[in-house]
Design a protein around this ligand. Structure first.
Ligand SMILES: *[C@@H]1O[C@H](CO)[C@@H](O)[C@H](O)[C@H]1NC(C)=O
Ligand SMILES: *[C@@H]1O[C@H](CO)[C@@H](O)[C@H](O)[C@H]1NC(C)=O
Length: 203
């Protein structure tokens, strides 16, 4: 009994420590050393169909060795401020463990010097919103140490809009319901006219 209590206490304490460890990384402490670009068709993009070509690499004007601690690159799709308004579940927090800006993984792969390119098909579960792309450089402990994004610090440039699949289905459903109602109504109208014609013919 006492042993179980002790074990539970230990787990709790460890849990708290790891929580603190994670919470310590703040976005504002990261250096913007990566140059990230995203190219795509210049129109409303469709989830599940359209592709975004993401390019990332170390800013070449930085001193050599800037990236010596970089082990992994994590590229994510992130909500632009306009799509975060009144949505606590997409809120930006400086503590990265609580930050909900970037919820969609594009890729995670080992860091290599030089530019990297990836063609990514927008996943089918991406909701309708305005987005940008951000890349994080992670160290050997999988902790964020630097970042780069395809937009400016205020997140106002190079944003793009994605339309969700469900949104398209909803409008399709509405269209098909309208069509069904329309065809039933016209069928009824047709019958009515035919009946009247028939009655008139009998008279
Ligand atoms: C690259 O770094 C230099 C020096 O810090 C900076 O002036 C420049 O704006 C950066 N370039 C990009 C594309 O971020
Ligand atoms: C990476 O791309 C940038 C432009 O996006 C270019 O200026 C730079 O020279 C490239 N670096 C390498 C190593 O190819």
């Amino acid at each position: 009994m006492a042993a179980t209590g002790l074990l539970l206490g230990l787990i709790l304490v460890l849990g708290c420590f790891s929580e603190i460890g994670v919470a310590l990384i703040s976005f504002s402490s990261l250096q913007a050393t990566l140059v990230v670009t995203a190219s795509h068709p210049q129109r409303l993009l469709r989830a599940g169909e359209d592709k975004i070509t993401v390019r990332w690499g170390l800013n070449q004007s930085l001193p050599a060795g800037t990236d010596s601690a970089y082990k992994t690159i994590k590229v994510q799709l992130c909500y632009a401020p306009i799509s975060q308004v009144d949505r606590a579940w997409r809120k930006t927090e400086d503590h990265l463990s609580k930050d909900k800006t970037c919820q969609f993984k594009i890729v995670k792969r080992p860091y290599t010097t030089g530019n990297q390119t990836l063609e990514w098909t927008i996943e089918r579960d991406v909701p309708t919103a305005t987005y940008f792309v951000r890349a994080y450089a992670l160290d050997a402990n999988d902790h964020e140490v630097a970042y780069g994004q395809n937009t400016d610090a205020k997140k106002t440039t190079n944003l793009f809009e994605i339309q969700a699949i469900s949104g398209r289905h909803v409008s399709l459903d509405i269209a098909s319901v309208c069509f069904s109602v329309f065809s039933i109504v016209s069928l009824m109208g047709f019958f009515f006219v035919e009946k009247r014609k028939g009655r008139k013919a009998q008279q």
